[in-house]
Design a binder for this molecule. Sequence first.
Ligand code: TRH
Length: 389
Amino acid sequence: MTANPETCDIFCAVVDNYGDIGVSWRLARQLANEHGISVRLWVDDLASFGKLCPEVDAALGEQRCREVEVRRWDKDFPAVTPAGLVIEAFACKLPESYVEAMAAQEHKPVWLNLEYLSAEEWVEGAHRLPSPHSRLPLTKYFFFPGFTAKTGGLLLERGLLARRDAFQADRASLTPALSQREREFWRSVGVPERAADELRVSLFSYENDAVTGLLRAWEQGAMRVVCCVPEGRVLPQVAAFFGQANGTAGDAWQRGNLSVYVLPFVEQERYDELLWACDVNLVRGEDSCVRAQWAGKPCVWHIYPQHDGVHMQKLRALSDLYGVGLPAAAHQANAALWLAWNGEGDISAAWSAYAAQLEPLEHHATAWSAKLAANDLALNLLAFSRQVA
Ligand code: TRH
């Protein structure tokens, strides 16, 4: 007899920033809303969660949100019957009592560790590997997201690319005009509509030594650049460029050919719209990097820095994979800008070379998103769970 895969517990420990909860929340919603699974999402930091989904009340131990049962993951873990499918996000440690309860089930739950995203080659070999528990009759499986068919794929909500296309629709026409949705979006964040002669970029990154050089390149460049910066870690550096101590949503600064608008940190769906509405997106970590790829626009990745420096290998791996199919000059410009944005190289020269390749980069970004869409993480995860149940 198999466990009931129609129920799912997802455990998310927020280590740092928003990526852990960003991915867990996306997966929870997708399983509940698109696959009819009864999902409980256990989160140890509801305040961070509330930034991505303002409906979440950080004071509540239990609540329902968008068809997902959200439970605060406190130290004293309650006695609950484990779900048929148990997902620990990013190797967070499940409560011991819960693991014991899993082992005590007649039909053992399917237990998956949803891993961090990497384009490195070893991921294909590690994806779906079993890891038997040292003491209990349980097996945990590693489930790796990724960019190739031999990995678990990427989270992609049903209809997302069609919604993106509708949002961006009029831009492709001969007389470019903004769609109503795009107009509404800019109005809602207090930023003027985009003009035909400007390059609009979004900037979401960690503190970054290359920021000043990039802002200067935009300020002194031939093209008008409008840069939208959501409130967050890089904002003090951007503010300092304009001689300000810090910034807050609603601030706007201008110098030379560069205008900067400070945006509020918006909920996840609206952040997608920001990515769809910009020509180039500077993104970070894991989830925003994937969302920028779904936007079908050129993107520049600030990777989450690790102390041992292994993040640069990860950066190169995605840059190499992403570059397949790009004309050589565009591939080189993309790779050089990603490296310079992560501390290796001259950011000003890298931006000039990149700006000269925007057309092929844009074509490639659209084709890349279509190619990736064939490998849907939620579908793969459910198929695998049913196979090993
Ligand atoms: O916040 P992050 O830096 O998270 C990181 C990474 O995931 C990294 O891999 C992980 O190891 C580390 O945390 C612990 O970047 P990320 O992954 O892009 O997550 C940001 C989330 O915030 C994403 O879901 C998009 C969302 N977001 C909004 O919802 N609204 C906004 O206005 C912005 C700027 C982001």
